[in-house]
Structures are given as C-alpha cells and as structure tokens.
Design a protein around this ligand. Structure first.
Ligand code: PLP
Length: 446
C-alpha cells in the first residue's frame, strides 16, 4: 500500500521512472509525449543534461545557504541575467520556490510599498474572474476561479476584488470588435478603483495570457496599454503573473513583451527551473525596491528556501540552454505549426468553439453547440475524460473544466516542451483527436 497522499485518491497512477526528450517513460516502459509540460513547466523536456549537470555541480559546491546570512553566486548570476532581459524599470529579483510564493510575495510587497510611502489606506487588490494565481490562501483569494475558491471561501480575505477577464470569444457583445471589447474590459478596472475609493487600491494582478483556468486566452490588442494607463492614473501597482505564460512559453521571454507595456512587478516560476529544480521569482521595479531600501530596509516576508543555490544554478543553465539552442525561435516556429495543425484538424469540428493561444501555449475550447457556444453539462466531466483517454494513448495534455464561468465549460491546454519537432506535432494532433472523439462519443451517449 502506498503512503503517498495523491491529488486524486481514486486515480491509479503509473510510476514515472525516466525521461527522454519530450517523453516521460513509466515503470512498464510505456512512453508518454508530454504535450503540456506537466503544467507548462518542462520547457526543456525531461532529459536535458546541461541543466542537470549545472545543478549537480552546484550541489557538489554548496546546495543552500540561508538568505538571512548569505547571498550565493548562482542567485547573483541568475538575478543579473533576468534583469538584463526583463521589462523596462524592473531591477531586482526576489527568488522563491514556486508560483504561489511568487504571487504572494508580490501582493504582500504591494502593501508594504504603500506603507513605506505612508499611504496606509491602500488596502485592496484587484484581480480578474477566471484567473489562477496559486493555491496558498492569499493567491487563492486573488484568483478568480469559482470552483477552486468555493470550499475555502470562509478563509479568503475580503481585500481581493475582481473584474471580468478579457475573453472575446465568449463574452464580447454581438458585433463588438476585439479592440472595442478590450477597451471596455480594461475600463472595468477604472470603475472598480473608483468604486473602492481612488486612493485605496494597492495593486492589480493579472495573467497576460490566462492559462489553467481559461486555456490560453490572450487579451485583445490595446487592453494592457489601457490597463497601464489606468494603473498610472490612480497610482495602482501592476503585477503581471507570468508564472505560466512567461519564460518563453508564448514566444518571448516575458509575455508582456507582446503587449508593449512594463509592469511594476512580474511573477515567474515553472519554466524558469524547467521542472528540473523548483524555483520562482518576483521581479520588482527600481521604484518599489528603493521605497523599501530608503524606508524600513526590510521586506517583512520570507521563506526558508528563498534563493536556493542549486535551484538558481538550474535557472541560470535553463536560460543559457534557451539562448544557446535558440529555443524561442523554435517556440514561435513550432507554435505556429501546432496552431495551424490544430486549426486544420479541429477548426471545423462541430464541438470545437475556439483554437487559440500564443507560441507553444495553446488552447482548444469544447462546446456542445458551436453556434450558441453552449458548454457541455459539467456533470459529464468531458475534460477529465479527454485527459484519461489521451494518457491511455500515451499523450499528456492539460484539460480543465469551468472555462465559461468557473463551473461550466471545457478546454484542453497544450504547452509542450520548446524542443518539439514537426513529428511531435503530428503525434499530438493524432492522439488528441482520438481522445477528444472518444470522450465526445461517450458524453453524447451518456
Ligand atoms: C498563472 C499562475 N500563477 C500561479 C501559479 C501557482 O504556481 P505554483 O503551482 O508553482 O505554486 C500557477 C500554477 O499553475 C499559475 O498558472
């Protein structure tokens, strides 16, 4: 009997024992093409020797030294590399161990920043419905995914407020252009700030491309420029949660590069350690850092494994691998091919409403009726059946339910390693088609 507490106690999981490029191999020798990087994590696949070696070298020197006593060479080097490549104005890196820690740190820092500036009234954070910012209580409260929030609602702070996502396919008015819709959605931020009190909001936290909860939904052109303007007008900090969509996943190292705006803070994780080491980071602007430096001199936050040396060494090697092998070019080239292949296979499908995304961060939304966009009955758990069938055929994808409003709707998120080739694309599309067809047939028969 296993003593591991699994996510799903009723699921019978295979044991993963090895990796081979974009494949995971189980103890029975079965190979699974990882078309979702687990959860958009494994950007270099599962057998990258360079990052493994760099991690081992650091482990042999020094695995970890507590950050209340020391900095470390890998932390300094990785921070330099990130800042060199970061959006304008960002100049400090606060290293953590994952995405939830990165968003928690950003939100707490927004509060402390305003205390340092003697603006204690700034006590609200605004986020968007249908976003995901992590599972710790602060991150969960900021997140706008109803089924994830529901049972923990009594524990979630009332300091978090929500506006609608920018999700044109489903929520634009009839005939409304993407630009007009994007502007209308961005203006909800201004309305919310005014409703809460013009000088009472500390930060707005948002995923540039919504991952797990919406299935790779990017905002319409102009949305983020308007968001930046509103934040500037009311002195609200803009926190971009690039935990899933950043670190090259969308074809640029930082997802915000495509929006032409610079955030005040940006949260990264997942691809930064490529799954080889657990690492995340909150990158902050000079303005925020200097408020702390010239104020209390102490960010009142922290975790034991901040700036873990072996994890930072892996991060350095991941960035070097990406650049040495021109992987962002491959993300763009293979991303375009994968998207076209998905459109060709599923674009006319009566139960596929939308194929979307950027780079190697793509989503397929399933609908019961293509014309009305009506979702399948959530009790069918179509997304779970697609995942099960894909896995049976040796394909890992990341389907999720609640796409429409956190309760109904199904999508499949596809986020393969940056090293995939055209042959892998064919395998993804073939196996996904089999899984989707089988699940749809079963759902219609139910
Ligand atoms: C956008 C976003 N933010 C935060 C997180 C939380 O990251 P972690 O699971 O590493 O805590 C996730 C995880 O999926 C995410 O997608």
């Amino acid at each position: 009997m296993s003593h591991v507490f699994p996510r799903h106690t009723k699921a019978k999981l295979a044991t993963a024992v090895a990796g081979d490029g974009p494949y995971i191999i189980d103890s029975g020798g079965k190979r699974y093409l990882d078309a979702c990087g687990g959860a958009a994590v494994s950007c270099l696949g599962h057998s990258n020797e360079v990052v493994r070696e760099a991690t081992k070298v650091q482990l042999d020197k020094l695995a970890w030294a507590h950050t209340s006593f020391f900095t470390s060479e890998p932390a300094e080097q990785l921070a330099d590399m990130l800042i060199e490549r970061a959006p304008e104005g960002i100049n400090r890196v606060y290293f953590v161990s994952g995405g939830s820690e990165a968003t928690e740190a950003a939100m707490k820092l927004s509060r402390q920043y305003f205390l340092e500036k003697d603006e204690p009234n700034r006590r609200h954070i605004i986020a968007r419905w249908q976003s995901y910012h992590g599972n710790t209580l602060g991150a969960l409260a900021a997140g706008g995914n109803r089924w994830r929030r529901k049972q923990f609602e009594p524990f979630l702070t009332a300091a978090m407020h929500h506006i609608d996502p920018c999700y044109h396919y489903r929520w634009a008015d009839a005939g409304e252009t993407p630009q007009a819709y994007g502007l209308r959605m961005a203006n909800q931020l201004e309305d919310k700030i005014i409703e809460l009190g013009e000088d009472s909001v500390a930060a707005f936290i948002v995923e540039p491309v919504v991952g797990a909860t919406l299935g790779a939904v990017a905002a319409e052109a102009g949305y983020f420029r308007r968001i930046r303007e509103i934040c500037d007008k009311y002195g609200v900090l803009l926190i971009l949660d690039e935990v899933m969509c950043g670190m090259g996943r969308c074809g640029t190292l930082f997802a915000s590069e495509a929006e032409g705006i610079a955030p005040d803070m940006v949260c990264i994780a997942k691809g930064l350690g490529a799954g080889i080491q657990p690492i995340g980071a909150t990158l902050v602007s000079a303005k925020i850092y200097s408020a702390i430096e010239q104020g209390s001199g102490f960010f009142q936050h922290g975790h034991t494994y901040l700036g873990h040396a072996a994890a930072c060494a892996a991060g350095v090697a991941v960035l070097q691998e990406m650049e040495r092998n021109s992987l962002l070019a491959n993300v763009n080239a293979m991303g375009a091919k994968l998207k076209s292949a998905l459109e060709a296979r599923f674009g006319q499908h009566p139960n596929v409403g939308d194929v979307r995304g950027r780079g190697l961060f793509l989503g397929v939304e399933l609908v019961a009726d293509k014309n009305t966009k009506a979702p399948f009955n959530p009790s069918l758990k179509l997304h779970a059946d697609i995942k099960k069938r894909a896995l049976a055929s040796g394909l890992m994808v990341y389907p999720m339910g609640g796409t429409v409003d956190g309760l109904a709707g199904d999508h499949v998120l596809i986020a393969p390693p940056f090293i995939i080739t055209e042959a892998h694309i064919e395998e993804i599309v073939e196996k996904l088609d089999i899984a989707v067809s089988g699940a749809l047939k079963a759902a219609k028969a139910a």
